[in-house]
Structures are given as structure tokens and as C-alpha cells.
Design a binder for this molecule. Structure first.
Ligand SMILES: Nc1ncnc2c1ncn2[C@@H]1O[C@H](COP(=O)(O)OP(=O)(O)OP(=O)(O)O)[C@@H](O)[C@H]1O
Ligand SMILES: [Mg+2]
Length: 156
């Protein structure tokens, strides 16, 4: 399973019923095959890309861009960053957004990030968020051990 294939699928599946005009740009510097459960990583990435799309949805169309970057693995760990320049997150909320029910959206359940963080923890990875503040975009970073599921034998 290649990172760029999972990414492409996640981007496709993050598209909603209504065209949001968001351009998602993906890059991958990881050539090695990933050994994590595909559907789990896919679910995480779909959630993060969806959140990023929603975060930029109110920007002028030319700024409605989300970037997803798979970095080159370092010391057996892989990082995938989902970067937007949307509504941003206040410093005091950077931890609490991972709690179940922490939604600021009408109709939002606030379960996305909670599920992502739990799922990654089970895979031996983690999820963290950075933002320069409200109105200044956000970056969500997924970190995963390259060989996470080799031992579990669940590579697809
Ligand atoms: N890219 C982002 N930029 C700014 N805020 C974000 C971003 N991603 C998440 N958040 C904040 O974190 C909250 C929790 O996100 P989470 O994905 O868990 O729930 P949700 O998107 O509100 O609802 P859902 O359960 O449908 O995913 C959001 O309501 C929003 O306030
Ligand atoms: Mg969400």
C-alpha cells in the first residue's frame, strides 16, 4: 500500500454532496510501502481533510486550498500533515478539540478528531494539532510507525 494511493482515495472520499470549491493538493515523499491497516488510515485522513475543507470553506475561492503532505520517513516514523489556511484554532482549544463532543459546527458531532486520535494511538501513532490562532489556519499532523502492522499481519 502506497501513501499516495491512500491519500488520493481519502481526498476523493472527502468530497461532499455540494461542491465546496476547495482545491486539495497532495505531495508524497514516502516511496516505501506502508504497513498499516488501510481502512483505518483512510478513515483518519478523510476526517482530517474534511475538517480542513470545512475550515477554508468561507474563504475567497482563490484561497480555498488544502495541502496534504506525506513526509520522508525519519527513524522509522512517518508524518502526514494536513494543512489549511482557514478559520484556525485558539491556543487554549488545541488540546480540547480531541475530546468527544468538542464541536463548533452546527450539526457537527465532534467525534471526528476523537476517533482519529484513538485509532492512531491503537496503531502506535499519534495525532497533534498546531495553529497560529483564530483566522490563521491549522495543521494536523499524523505520525505513524512505518512498520506498525507488520507484527499484526494486517497489511493490505
Ligand atoms: N482544520 C481545522 N481548522 C479549524 N478548526 C478545526 C479544524 N479541524 C477541527 N477543528 C475544530 O475542532 C472541532 C472538532 O473537530 P471534529 O472533527 O472532532 O468534529 P466536527 O468536525 O465538529 O464534527 P464531526 O463529528 O462531524 O467530525 C471542530 O468543531 C472545530 O472547532
Ligand atoms: Mg470533523
Amino acid at each position: 500500500m502506497r501513501a499516495e494511493d491512500v491519500l488520493a482515495e481519502a481526498v476523493r472520499m472527502s468530497v461532499g454532496a455540494v461542491d465546496d470549491g476547495v482545491q486539495v493538493v497532495t505531495t508524497s515523499l514516502c516511496a516505501e510501502p506502508l504497513a498499516v491497516e488501510k481502512h483505518r488510515l483512510l478513515a483518519v485522513l478523510i476526517n482530517l481533510v474534511r475538517n480542513a475543507r470545512q475550515a477554508v470553506a468561507s474563504l475567497p475561492i482563490e484561497r480555498r486550498t488544502v495541502r496534504v503532505a506525506v513526509e520522508k520517513p525519519v527513524a522509522g516514523r512517518l508524518r502526514i500533515a494536513v494543512i489549511d489556511e482557514g478559520v484556525g484554532i485558539a491556543a487554549e482549544r488545541l488540546q480540547s478539540i480531541f475530546k468527544a463532543g468538542a464541536s463548533t459546527k452546527s450539526g457537527g458531532q465532534g467525534l471526528g478528531l476523537h476517533g482519529c486520535a484513538n485509532s492512531l494511538a491503537e496503531m502506535g501513532g499519534r495525532l497533534f494539532a498546531a495553529s497560529a490562532g483564530v483566522g490563521r489556519g491549522a495543521t494536523f499532523c499524523v505520525e505513524l510507525p512505518m512498520a506498525a502492522a507488520v507484527a499484526a499481519g494486517t497489511s493490505t
